[in-house]
Design a protein around this ligand. Structure first.
Ligand SMILES: *Cc1c(COP(=O)(O)O)cnc(C)c1O
Length: 374
């Protein structure tokens, strides 16, 4: 059956600012500014200002941003980096690619973000850093994680791929750790029309290394101080991101209003556990993720009625074939293991209409009607 409520609608967003996007793209083509160029420089300045960091270094995607961050922090073979059991694989994959060892910590029961108490248990003499993920758009417990990092002399890298403009205790995420990494994958809260990413830092030395490393180890053609990689934000993506960035605050407020509507209208329905936002944390709802013991049946019910949902993610990182070598069992990460069977991401995008929200809410209620409510 054709989808009547898509999970996301990137075309609706394009249509809402079509003139601005088309002009930005045409201008870049007219100037042939495809690699680096004024749009890339402008975006680095604009995004640094938007989150409140001194330097923004653009790169090809959010996974590269993590890889570049780990390399900038001098990760060496044998170094351990603690990250969340519940994330997209990019977070941990880049640790391995940079030569380190990924060590997983479980999440806290309410927020899906890394549990500082479990991080503390995982710290060894080989631990070099902690990588919280602001999952689904909610900041991790940055106060507790910063205290742990300071106490043990560790660095903090924030994976902000899902949390553009989210804040913790009034300060924007990405500004707490040594480095914050960002993805502009098309479906993210600020999305390009292709791959794009960046990292932010207040540290001059880290920014200089990252910029150099991402551009073949040298900022001037032919001047390679080190061996680096080729990871560039291209001019067309930068132009599109510059056109979209001024709308990000408005889109974020729209996401928050839609989440509030779901919160109000789904409260007490079936066995649903709605997203909990911890005190002092500002959630930007990259995803609106509910939990239910009947996840797969609910998902099928909605799909049969043209309502698209997603599971983010069906298998927690330690249980993926890619990490079989670590030999983890469900009991090692009880929260992440519980959540992989129960999480369901509902449609949520800034252009979503009241009629679309009505349909989702109505069909969830139909699914649970006749069943025992709590
Ligand atoms: C999207 C995402 C990334 C990677 O970003 P890409 O731009 O797709 O490489 C990293 N971490 C998390 C948590 C993400 O959601």
């Amino acid at each position: 059956m054709p989808s009547i409520v898509p999970f996301n609608d990137l075309h609706a967003q394009y249509l809402s600012i079509q003139g601005e996007i088309d002009a930005a793209v045409a201008n870049t083509i007219r100037n042939s500014a495809f690699i680096r160029g004024p749009e890339v420089d402008a975006f680095e300045r604009n995004f640094a200002a938007a989150i409140g960091v001194k330097h923004c270094v653009s790169c090809a995607n959010g996974t590269d941003a993590l890889f570049i961050a780990y390399r900038a922090l001098g990760l060496q073979p044998g170094d351990e980096v603690i990250t969340s059991a519940h994330s997209w694989i990019a977070t941990s994959e880049a640790i391995t690619q940079a030569g380190g060892t990924a060590v997983f910590a479980d999440t806290d029961p309410a927020t899906f973000t890394i549990d500082p108490a479990d991080v503390a248990r995982k710290i060894t003499p080989r631990t070099k850093g902690i990588v919280p993920v602001h999952l689904y758009g909610q900041p991790a417990d940055l106060a507790a994680l910063q205290a742990l990092a300071t106490k043990h002399g560790l660095w903090l890298v924030e994976d902000c791929a899902q949390a553009h403009l989210a804040h913790f205790a009034g300060k924007t995420v990405g500004t707490f750790g040594a480095i914050g990494t960002v993805s502009f994958y098309p479906g993210k809260n600020l999305g390009a029309m292709g791959d794009a990413g960046c990292l932010g830092t207040n540290d001059d030395r880290l920014a200089a290394f990252a910029a150099k490393f991402a551009r073949h180890g040298g900022l001037r053609k032919g001047d390679h101080e080190i061996e680096g990689i080729n990871s560039r934000l291209d001019g067309l993506q930068a132009a599109i991101l510059n056109a979209k960035l001024p709308h990000l605050e408005r889109w974020t407020r729209a996401r928050q209003a839609l989440a509030q509507a779901y919160d109000q209208r789904l409260a007490g329905v079936g066995d649903l556990v709605l997203p909990a936002v911890a005190a002092g944390r500002n959630h930007v709802y990259h995803l609106y993720v509910i939990r239910t013991g009947q996840r797969d049946a609910l998902r099928d019910h909605l799909a049969a009625r043209g309502i698209q949902t997603q599971v983010n993610y069906p298998t927690a990182l330690p249980f993926l074939p890619a990490y079989r070598r670590l030999g983890h069992a469900p009991a090692d990460f009880p929260q992440a293991h519980r959540d992989q069977a129960q999480v369901l991401s509902l449609p949520l995008f800034p252009e979503m209409t009241p009629a679309q929200i009505d349909l989702v809410v109505e069909q969830i209620k139909v699914f649970f009607s006749g069943q025992m409510t709590r």
